[in-house]
Design a protein around this ligand. Structure first.
Ligand code: FES
Length: 615
């Protein structure tokens, strides 16, 4: 027996076995419902509203996560709600990020100086002598290799299939593309200047792709979007749990990321006018879990102590094996992994910040859902993972969004609230830099105390414009940043008590990661020459605000620097320079991985780091 379930707005009627959760039924039918916590009833992203049929009684998770008002309006968490009778539900609309222009203000390879461009892709225009004499046997391939002055080389069967026709149609005049020992392409005529590559940073929450001209190192286009795997879980653990749930799920996760990379390629190709067949090299960085999933490798053991990766070596494979829509023989290079959750993205950060050659002790903090901290100098480098969750990237925050058009990216709180939005557009949500600013301002104004509690009971002490913004909504403490209609805002934008808790967990993870590495390396604040903050915050991360909320240790402002998306920059370096790519391996091997959770002092430092510094 099955029960009809209609899902709106896609308006699909599914036949569902009784007792299946709405989320499972939707996912099985290929309908996206975002499940940031992986279906564990710990977020609100999967909420649906009943529009037909009896609304089932709320579960305890519905009441906790959604609150009384939403429950009364017929909202339920689709992961907790089982289908028992015919009904129709409306999926709650997520912020429509697709419509936003994603801003990627960042440093580029050219800004690094001292980088010798040697992408490893060579193109030679040659005249290949076609075999003519029966009694002097040779072959098309031997003639081609002779023309480019090579001995034996790796050549794919696909290239061989096309070689006879290409050589004869072009009367032997072809451009031959090679990478190391491999012949990647033989194209008719002179295509010498057409040499492009992609640098890809696969984050747990966001994915960035940049198109680079391999001769000059110039970045021609870039695109950034949410990682579509987030539908199956916002953090790594929920994604690993999803992959373990059934064997098809790993394929689903892999399909999602490859599908997104192909969308990025289509977009980049359209924007730049570069043909995808001229993209011969792709460098990918990402944390260990993202790396494994891209390759279709089971990440289960990455999620279990002792968190061992399946492979740590750098890998190079043909694009056709991943079904990427670049030249099928293009080489996809994955940077090495350090250990556990400290992945190829950390290696990218080390390369881009040059921390490995620093005479003095520096710290690099890559803020992301699976953040990483590096500490050290040319003498020694330590690294740990700092799993902040997606809050500082705007996810799991009631009105959070990424640094895209219309996101509040700066906030000032004095007698009242002033905000700035990206693109000076109508405010539609708040991104990481805005959240950090808002909390710093709320601390200074006394709207929250050092434990993070919104001071509803004491709001009378506040200037009257601020006082009106501190409210109770049912059981929930909220601070209203934007009222509906302010600066044309289509809806109210608030920070809830739960949002503040999420940020405290995130900043606690990062701050405790830094503190633990300092503790283990025996480096007090006074010995830190520089702290570099990396991440996809856009341009507007306020270092003062980061200091105020205790995201980073209390160093003098002039010793702290925002370095942009360093993981992506590391990938770009390895794309344009084989020297850098080979250097990455040595760096990865030289980093000492520190496992925080097993350290006896960690719990205490973590709990302490969740609080805000007392003004
Ligand atoms: S509560 Fe359902 S996915 Fe998070």
């Amino acid at each position: 027996m099955t029960i009809p379930l209609t899902i709106l707005p896609v308006n699909r009627e599914l036949q569902v076995a009784p007792g299946t959760s709405i989320l499972q039924a939707a996912h099985a039918a290929g309908i996206d419902i975002t499940a940031t916590c992986g279906g564990r009833g710990r977020c609100t992203s999967c909420r649906v509203k009943f529009v037909r049929g009896t609304v089932p009684p709320p579960t305890i998770m519905d009441e906790l996560q959604l609150g009384n008002d939403l429950v009364r309006e017929g909202y339920r968490l689709s992961c907790q709600c089982r289908v028992t009778e015919p009904s129709a539900v409306q999926v709650a609309p997520p912020l429509d990020e697709q419509a936003f222009q994603i801003l990627g203000a960042d440093r580029r390879v050219q800004d690094m100086g001292r980088v010798v461009i040697d992408a490893g892709i060579t193109k030679q225009l040659v005249k290949v002598a076609l075999p003519r004499e029966e009694h002097h046997q040779t072959s098309d391939l031997e003639e081609l290799l002779a023309a480019i002055g090579r001995g034996p080389a790796d050549v794919s069967p696909e290239l061989l299939k096309q070689l006879p026709a290409t050589l004869r149609e072009a009367q032997g005049e072809v451009t031959v593309t090679t990478f190391g020992r491999s012949v990647l392409a033989a194209e008719p005529g002179d295509t010498g200047p057409m040499k492009f590559g992609l640098a890809v940073d696969i984050g747990t929450t966001s994915v960035d792709t940049a198109l680079i001209e391999l001769e000059s190192g110039e970045r021609l286009a870039s695109v950034s979007s949410l990682n579509p795997q987030a539908v199956f879980g916002g953090d790594l653990m929920s994604r690993i749990a999803f992959a373990q749930f059934n064997p098809g799920n790993l394929k689903k996760l892999q399909g999602r990321i490859i599908g997104l990379l192909n969308q990025h390629i289509t977009e980049i190709v359209r924007e730049s006018g570069v043909l995808s067949k001229w993209i011969y090299k792709v460098v990918v960085v990402g944390n260990t879990c993202m790396h494994h999933i891209l390759l279709g490798i089971d990440p289960s053991y990455v999620g279990l102590a002792p968190y061992a990766p399946v492979v740590r070596h750098p890998l190079v494979l043909p694009a056709r094996e991943l079904h990427l829509k670049v030249h099928p023989e293009a080489r996809v290079c994955l940077l090495p992994i350090v250990a556990g959750f400290v992945g190829a993205d950390a290696v990218g950060v080390a390369l881009a910040t040059r921390i490995y050659e620093s005479p003095e002790i520096r710290i690099a903090v890559d803020i992301g859902t699976n953040g990483e901290v590096l500490l050290g100098s040319r003498a020694h480098l330590w690294a740990c993972s700092a799993p902040a969750g997606p809050a500082l990237e705007g996810a799991q925050i009631r009105h959070g969004m990424r640094a895209a058009l219309g996101a509040i990216d700066r906030v000032r709180i004095e007698d009242d609230v002033q905000v700035h939005t990206i693109g000076e557009a109508v405010p539609v949500g708040i991104c990481g830099s805005g959240i950090i600013d808002a909390l710093a301002g709320m601390l200074d104004a006394g709207i929250i105390d050092y434990t993070g509690l919104i001071q509803v009971e004491d709001r009378d002490r506040l200037p009257h414009r601020l006082r009106e913004r501190v409210v109770m909504r049912g059981e929930e403490r909220c601070f209203i940043l934007i009222r509906q209609g302010d600066a044309g805002a289509p809806a109210e934008i608030v920070l809830t008590q739960e949002d503040i808790r999420q940020v405290q967990l995130a900043k606690g993870a990062i701050a405790s990661g830094v503190a633990m590495l300092q503790h283990i390396a025996g480096v007090p604040d006074g010995q830190v020459a520089e702290l570099m903050l990396a991440g996809g915050f856009g341009n507007y991360l306020s270092i003062r605000s980061a200091l105020r909320i205790g995201l980073i240790p209390p160093l003098p402002v002039e010793r702290i620097r925002y370095v942009g998306n360093a993981a992506s920059l590391g990938a770009q370096l390895c794309l344009v320079s084989e020297t850098e790519r080979h250097r990455a391996e040595g760096i990865a091997r030289g980093i000492e991985h520190v496992s925080l959770a097993t350290h006896p002092d960690f719990q205490e430092i973590f709990v302490e780091s969740m609080n805000f510094p007392r003004g």
